[in-house]
Design a protein around this ligand. Structure first.
Ligand SMILES: Nc1ncnc2c1ncn2[C@@H]1O[C@H](COP(=O)(O)OP(=O)(O)OP(=O)(O)O)[C@@H](O)[C@H]1O
Length: 310
């Protein structure tokens, strides 16, 4: 697959405080790449550096072979973290204005706007003033504005925040369709379930540095250890003493036992003491949400070569 965006060795400091360091990744045609990390990790700083809103101190950003300064901005769509549209402008005029900024033909933009307004449940709102829209509706209009000019690369900073589950689903499907039609998509999100569902690859930042990168499957294989959930009357202290246990979370009579990375599950199960009380037992891999929490709370052992924890 053709590389559309390539970011190499990006670094940025604010007032001598290093915010991001040595950030490198690529986004390919038709792929959805997630940039993840706890609050303040440096996701928006990375995205703003890519967009040329911030000047990175180190590193390069390339769109195809074009470097900063020569990047054709009309081929990029951007939904910034801080939402904002002109308030006393009508919905259609707002979208057409955004299309015009990207030199996109107005007639075609109008057709596309009507198509997307209908698709996102805003049919008939063309002449409504932006200030009369709900927050979620305004976000949909801004999203349409970011894709109206058929960008090759779409950068979405927190596209799902502030949306109800129904609208999140609409956005999710739309993003998937755009990728299927060849758009390269980079998105930041805190909704791990969404990321797990739609993203092909992910890049996780913690304290400004890369901690995980890979396809969803690779990340799961490498970082998603197993957990064993047992319903029964067992003391947490007994479960904690079992072999290969990294931690136990117990609520009432349900205990979730997080297992170490190299555990051989059938062997571990066979070695459970006969005295354990087991009404139900299941084994699963931990979710991306749990991997995220492990990393954000420094519980995960980061491998050599990955970000060092300051
Ligand atoms: N203009 C600025 N001046 C000084 N510090 C800044 C500036 N912009 C961001 N920062 C700092 O850089 C760090 C990273 O911020 P950034 O917005 O990139 O994080 P983020 O990962 O997008 O977080 P969130 O999930 O909360 O949106 C934060 O500590 C923030 O306070």
């Amino acid at each position: 697959m053709e590389t559309i965006l390539s970011v190499k060795g990006l670094g940025k400091a604010f007032k001598e405080r290093q915010i991001i360091k040595d950030i490198s990744f690529e986004v390919k045609r038709g792929e959805i790449m997630a940039i993840l990390g706890p609050n303040g990790a440096g996701k928006s700083t990375t995205i703003r550096s890519i967009m040329g809103i911030l000047y990175p101190d180190e590193g390069t950003v390339k769109f195809h072979q074009c470097e900063a300064g020569k990047i054709p901005r009309h081929k990029i769509g951007y939904l910034p973290e801080e939402r904002g549209l002109y308030k006393n402008v009508k919905v259609m005029d707002m979208i057409l204005y955004l299309a015009e900024l990207k030199d996109y033909p107005i007639k075609k933009a109008k057709e596309r706007a009507l198509h997307y307004l209908k698709k996102l449940g805003l049919e008939g709102k063309e002449k409504v003033s932006v200030e009369e829209l709900s927050k979620g509706m305004a976000q949909k209009v801004q999203f349409i504005g970011s894709i109206i000019h058929e960008p090759e690369l779409l950068i979405l900073d927190e596209p799902f925040s502030g949306l109800d589950p129904l609208s999140q689903d609409v956005f999710k499907n739309e993003i998937k369709e755009l990728a299927q039609s060849g758009t390269a998509i980079l998105l930041s999100s805190h909704q791990m379930n969404m990321v797990e569902e739609i993203c092909d690859r992910l890049f996780m930042i913690h304290r400004g540095q890369r901690v995980i990168e890979g396809t969803m499957a690779d990340v799961k294989n490498e970082y998603a250890n197993f957990k064993c959930t047992i319903r029964g009357n067992n003391e947490a202290s007994v479960l904690e003493r079992l072999s290969n246990v990294s931690r136990v979370e117990q609520k009432g009579n349900v205990a979730v036992i997080y297992l170490n990375q190299d555990v051989v599950v059938p062997l571990w199960l066979r070695r459970l003491p006969e005295t354990l009380s087991i009404d139900e037992l299941s084994i699963d891999r931990i979710s991306l949400h749990e991997i995220f929490i492990d990393i954000a709370t420094d519980q995960h052992i980061v491998k050599e070569g990955d970000a060092s924890y300051a």
